[in-house]
Design a protein around this ligand. Structure first.
Ligand code: UDP
Length: 231
């Protein structure tokens, strides 16, 4: 039984596709699609830091750039960085940082570019899932893959992977979550709205369980890349 606008069950994510190795000139790259939301990530580095004064003698710095394309949404988005994309770049970076062995790469930078080419909610989460595969593809030493999805409280029900229609429902609470499945550690938890504490616990449990499913898709995409590269 379902009361969701697109007929999904409460614990059902939209169809997911993942591919590693989608940008030839990047050191690592990946695509992550969930429903109509599509994120493409490219990783460059580790490499020298410019400007040099930003360099950290003990570890690498991560720099993240999130961009939602003008044509990604029904109403044309103004091109270029705005407050939202600057904030999301920081949110994505902080969700990925705990997974990266930054001390392996002193005095260097790792750049992560994520472009949203189609958006139907959940873009920061799709960006994180894509970027962590791209980091792994670049051969960056990592403790774990980061998997990410939003959970929420819509019409008094806890649901996973809200689409834009659900996000726009009056009173909806949106909870973007990122998780390292092997380490069992949450690296991002945002709460946009209000909900009862027991429902929040239920939502977090649903989120981490769903991230474990995403993790399997990410691992398969990474293995497929390795199996077909012929290198
Ligand atoms: N959105 C939009 N125009 C904008 C910003 C967002 O159409 O300028 C849509 C887009 O579908 C996006 C959703 O609103 O995925 C939710 O955006 P939010 O800022 O909550 O972040 P997200 O859920 O994408 O991580």
């Amino acid at each position: 039984m379902s009361e969701r606008p697109d007929g999904r069950k409460f614990d059902e994510m939209r169809p997911i596709e993942a591919k590693v190795g989608v940008i030839e000139q990047a050191d690592g790259s990946a695509m992550f699609k969930i429903g109509k939301t599509i994120a493409i990530a490219g990783v460059y580095g580790p490499k020298q830091v410019h400007p040099k004064h930003l360099e950290d003698p003990e570890k690498a710095i991560l720099r993240c750039y999130y961009d939602m394309y003008s044509f990604s949404v029904p109403e044309r988005e103004r091109p270029g960085p705005d407050r939202r994309s600057i904030e999301l770049s920081m949110v994505i970076k902080n969700a990925l940082l705990p997974a990266v062995f930054v001390k392996e790469y002193p005095k260097s930078q790792i750049e992560i570019f994520v472009s949203i080419i189609q958006a139907d909610a959940g873009t920061r989460c799709a960006a994180i899932s894509a970027a962590s595969m791209a980091l792994a593809d670049a051969g960056i030493a990592m403790k774990d893959i980061v998997s990410s999805v939003a959970v929420g409280h819509v019409n008094n029900k806890v649901v996973v992977d809200l689409n834009k229609e659900e996000e726009d429902v009056e009173g909806t609470t949106d909870i973007p979550l990122a998780y390292m499945p092997r380490m069992k550690k949450i690296t991002l938890l945002q709460l946009d709205g209000k909900m009862p504490k027991d429902k929040l616990r239920e939502a977090i449990a649903l989120g981490t369980k769903s991230c474990e499913k995403i993790y399997e898709v990410q691992k398969k995409a990474l293995k497929d890349r390795y199996n077909t590269s012929g290198e």
